[in-house]
Design a protein. Structure first.
Length: 429
């Protein structure tokens, strides 16, 4: 990306994100990833995560803030009243890092944007310590769950760009924080998978999975390749599937506990080793080893396509056109030859991200080009043997056709490629 763009394009800036891990670490990770894609990871400072080991926290915070254009304060439901081990409210402690960050920014008269998550409202001045009370008068922005997350973040980014170019405070057209507005949207939000699906996390690695209901679908496609035919009915039992592909952060935990495991092919390449990017450069054998360590499985081809479609019969879960694919995933026409952090595009109806593009995903099955002619209808396990293993979904390097729900890719089980990662499932008895 360019350092400076003109007109409606994006101008880079430096951003400091303040948050509490115990309050909103997960959504802050998504907020960080969104800013990092737009402005570059080197221009987004995420409190202690970006402080060098052994450095003085207060000095580093003040130094970093002085170099930033905005302080983003992520405020969730627990942010105001979280206490320390003595029962004292953390914000009342002058040595509290979040307090230091905000107090320093206020003293430097920085532009500060509170981002309100989890349907939270701005704290009143009298709820804050005296040095932080001016925070209550800063124009905040509500960041809602999917399907509104990216829309809200895009509006924040546009407002920040305009504010920086004009030298003024962020304008009032940020996503609204009004409680009545949030209530009016609640019926729509409740329809999204992230709010009504059962979600679990693996004990090892902390991998997030969502429950996929049992059901029947038409597998394959009659419009492209012969190995996708015939289109046939498949019935599947319920299971859990990863909300995202396995990330470098999660794979790194596996490597720490398994020192004899091989590092991915591109583990030391900055293009492919960012924490929230899907891990790539892993073989099918590597993926299986991770799955067994995490007490999960690789999905069958049928599970993968069923979960990807989420009740749709179109090329992509968003529709049939290239514009629809743009909404769902990264591929050769929109990726700028880059691998992106997970969760940047629209999820499907079951709350799964990155099913189209960004990185291919290994499946459990051996590949056989005529398997659909002999496949059983109930929970097909794939062929008993073969030369190649299946991967699905397309990648940042792929043509649009390879990102379709029905497309079948294949590779040797020991092959490693910068476009191939994996996602996991967990059986439900």
């Amino acid at each position: 990306m360019k350092e400076q763009k003109q007109g409606t394009e994006i101008r880079r800036m430096k951003i400091f994100i303040s948050y509490r891990r115990a309050d909103n670490a997960h959504v802050t990770g998504r907020i960080y990833d969104k800013f990092a894609v737009v402005y570059g990871p080197g221009n987004v400072f995420k409190d202690v995560d970006s402080i060098p080991i052994g450095s003085d926290f207060k000095q580093e915070i003040n130094k970093s803030l002085s170099q930033c254009d905005f302080l983003i304060v992520v405020i969730g439901a627990k942010w105001l009243n979280i206490t320390d081990v003595t029962g004292r409210r953390r914000l009342d402690n002058p040595s509290d890092l979040v307090r230091i960050e905000i107090e320093s920014a206020l003293k430097q008269e920085m532009r500060i944007i509170p981002l309100l998550v989890d349907d939270t409202t701005m704290p009143a001045p009298d709820e804050l310590p005296e040095p932080l009370q001016n925070l209550a008068f800063r124009n905040g922005a509500a960041i809602r769950p999917d399907p509104d997350f990216h829309r809200d973040m895009d509006r924040v980014i546009r407002a920040m760009n305009r504010a920086l170019s004009s030298g003024e405070e962020p304008p009032s057209d940020l996503p609204p924080t009004d409680r009545a507005f949030m209530e009016s949207r609640k019926a729509d939000v409740l329809q999204t998978a992230e709010l009504h699906q059962e979600v679990i996390r693996s004990e090892k690695g902390g991998y997030e999975l969502v429950r996929i209901p049992a059901g029947t679908f038409m597998m394959g496609s009659a419009e492209y390749f012969y190995d996708e035919q015939p289109v046939h009915e498949v019935r599947l039992s319920k299971f859990y599937m990863g909300r995202y592909p396995v990330t470098n952060e999660e794979y790194g935990r596996f490597l720490m506990e398994n020192p004899d495991a091989k590092e991915p092919q591109y583990w030391n390449d900055g293009k492919y080793n960012q924490l929230r990017q899907p891990v790539v450069g892993v073989s099918w054998d590597d993926a299986l080893q991770f799955a067994e360590w995490a007490e999960m499985q690789l999905p069958t081809e049928a599970q993968w396509e069923y979960a990807c479609r989420a009740g749709t019969a179109t090329r992509y879960h968003t529709g049939d056109s290239r514009a629809d694919l743009d909404r769902a995933g990264w591929y050769d026409k929109n990726s700028e030859a880059m691998l992106y952090p997970v969760g940047q595009k629209e999820p499907n109806a079951w709350g799964l991200y990155d099913m189209h593009g960004n990185s291919f995903e290994w499946c459990k099955d051996w590949y056989r080009n005529d398997y659909y002619k002999i496949s059983p209808s109930d929970n097909p396990p794939g062929p008993d043997s073969g030369e190649y293993k299946v991967f699905r979904g397309g990648s940042w390097f792929s043509f649009a056709a390879s990102c379709r729900s029905a497309h079948r890719g294949r590779g040797y089980p020991d092959s490693r490629d910068r476009t191939v990662g994996f996602r996991l499932v967990k059986s439900i008895p």
